[in-house]
Design a protein around this ligand. Structure first.
Ligand code: ZN
Length: 64
């Protein structure tokens, strides 16, 4: 399967949330996530909120 955004390689993964396990496809190049997690994100955005929060912490450490 190819990434719809960058045509990179997609890998299948399973993530676990408070709602249970989700099967997703993730691009190894740009990190784009598609399939069930996108649908789930619209109903339960906690997974993406945590991911963005960690990203902000990383940026803060790099900048000093
Ligand atoms: Zn991609």
């Amino acid at each position: 399967m190819q990434c719809p955004r960058c045509s990179g390689m997609m890998v299948y993964e399973q993530i676990f949330t408070s709602q249970g396990g989700l099967d997703i496809s993730r691009c190894v190049h740009c990190g784009d996530v598609v399939d069930s997690v996108v649908i789930s994100n619209r109903e339960h955005p906690s997974y993406y909120i945590k991911k963005v929060f960690r990203g902000c912490n990383t940026i803060a450490r790099i900048s000093g």
